[in-house]
Ligand binder design. Sequence first.
Ligand code: GLV
Ligand code: GLV
Length: 328
Amino acid sequence: MSKVYVTRKIPQEATDLLQQYCELEMNSEDRVLARDELLEKVQGKDAVLCLLTDTIDNKIFAIAGKQCKIFANYAVGYNNIDINAATKHGIIVTNTPGVLDNSTADMAWALLFAVSRRIIEADNFTRAGKFKGWGPMMYLGREISGKTLGVIGTGRIGSNFARKALGFDMKILYTDLKPNPVFEKQTNALFVDKSTLLKEADFVSIHIPLLPETRNYISENELKIMKNTAVLINTARGPIVNEKALIKALKDGEIWGAGLDVYHNEPDLEPGLAELPNVVIAPHIASATIETRTNMGMIAARNIINVITGKVPETCVNPEVIKYHNLR
Ligand code: GLV
Ligand code: GLV
């Protein structure tokens, strides 16, 4: 029977499914494995189900061994994995696209609303017993309906996020590597360059992967171009936004607020960030609904089961290695 390792507890439906096809070993503690534990545990496994908090590099693949066929990442993003190294070792890498589009887009909206309508500040105020009566100037926020939304990246999640804006009668601007006619048809969005988007949008939401060329995509200059009434939302990956520059922009009133689910150096926060009143900070929970996390587990499990039973996985990110595995 194939040996499979799961690096952390995930929804049980997924591990129950895996158990039917393999000899399953799992880190049953709800914590990230230390590097040396991970190195030890992957040895001799045919498949590994790993998380975005596991750094999977050449050394991990080398130590896993020649029998190892697949690392199934429990995330859509796979910047935690050295894909070139996986390919060099002939190891298949899979991710979990699609099933988290709604939950991630919903979270971007939740942050957009929370920042714009100052929900967290207002909740803290009310909870603290400070609400002494309605006030005409109390917790004034920013109107959302009818405003201009700037969408950076129109893949599955960015498109889903933008479609939801139609209910708020928003004008949609987007930027991407190239125009996306399907997206334009669905949303009436206008393709613009990055600086036009930053200049004109009231809300800017990021939906691109972390790549060498998207690091610091939003930094000092970009924040300066944005309206000082604008709100920035990041549910993608932390290093896409320069956090130091963001803190300064939020302090200096260069932008109005920010909603973040991801950070430069997770789980550490850049000093000063948590002290700002005009930022809402969530602990990387955009895909954290019961439905989505279960579905992510099921895709990762099915990818592993497919590969160990000789079938092509559903969602491979380095398909060029499939040919080494004699899969149907
Ligand atoms: C979460 O951040 C993911 O990439 O799935
Ligand atoms: C607000 O509560 C209003 O009635 O205007």
